[in-house]
Design a protein around this ligand. Structure first.
Ligand code: OAD
Length: 253
């Protein structure tokens, strides 16, 4: 059982903080129906990442990679943000400087109303040319079996997501790293915190003096470092945290 006092303690830290940074992972979208990666029923227990989420796989078998991403894109198009996403958007409105860094590609934070979102691993709705990097907005690229989408330059179009072995968008990871190192409170929510460089962010924040908080029903490698841990699904923890923040702000006028 989570101590009621923990919600109060976190609300006090958040309200007192000059800057708040949040890192989210697949766990925040689980309650919306999007599968995670490394849990027992996660994607990587059914699929091999090296055959799907890397450049070599795309070059050697683009059709297979496209099939997998089309399936995920359809799945994500049919889901809605859950109370965890909405609570994070509300927290951004309530607090001062608030940055949300996500490893998710599902657009659910933006759909819930979060405004300052740093996408570390891209966005599954967007596409770009693998050769000339030209961007193709949502809805302009269709994949059909036997018909690979091609750019005007002749190159293959691909989903605008980061694959294993690829660099993260430099402006995204640079800003995320800067924000992590100057925040007062860092929340790590719904991530196993094992995929670098995203996984380095909570460590950078902690080393720079931030209070580190984890929200995850299961322990992670980060748990021993955390100052406060909420062993709960984010869809339950986040709305309670927002209520506590609102109550505190009201009390303080
Ligand atoms: P993982 O699947 O590694 O971790 C999901 C985490 O969410 C686990 O620690 C779960 O315990 C936790 N979790 C499950 N349900 C939850 C809930 N309702 N509320 C909160 N937490 C919950 O997913 P990520 O850490 O996001 O990268 O994985 C990081 C990266 O690895 C992904 O972005 C993806 C993947 O390979 C690429 O594809 C480049």
């Amino acid at each position: 059982m989570q101590a009621i006092d923990d919600f109060r303690k976190l609300a006090e830290s958040l309200v007192g903080a000059g800057r708040v940074c949040v890192l989210t992972g697949a766990g925040v979208s689980k309650e919306s129906g999007v599968p995670t990666f490394r849990e027992a029923d996660g994607l990587w227990s059914r699929f091999r990442p090296e055959e799907l989420a890397n450049v070599e796989a795309f070059i050697s078998n683009p059709e297979r990679v496209w099939e997998w991403y089309s399936w995920r894109r359809e799945l994500m198009a049919g889901v809605q943000p859950n109370p965890g996403h909405y609570a994070l958007a509300e927290l951004e409105e309530l607090l001062g400087h608030f940055v949300l860094i996500t490893q998710n590609v599902d657009n659910l934070h933006q759909n819930a109303g979060s405004r300052d979102v740093i996408e570390l691993h891209g966005n599954i709705q967007r596409n770009r040319c693998h050769s000339c990097h030209r961007f193709y907005p949502e809805g302009t690229v269709k994949f059909a079996k036997g018909e690979l989408p091609r750019c005007e330059c002749g190159g293959l179009i691909r989903p605008d997501v980061v694959w294993f072995g690829e660099m993260l968008p430099p402006e995204a990871i640079d800003r995320a790293s800067r924000e992590a190192q100057r925040c007062d409170v860092f929340l790590s929510i719904g991530t196993s915190a094992v995929v670098y460089p995203a996984a380095a962010l909570p460590h950078q924040a902690k080393a720079a003096g931030a209070r580190l908080v984890e929200i995850n029903p299961a322990p992670t490698e980060l748990s021993p470092l955390a100052d406060l841990v909420f062993r709960m699904p984010s869809g339950e923890a986040m709305p309670r945290i927002v209520e506590e923040v609102k109550a505190l702000l009201e009390e303080r006028g």
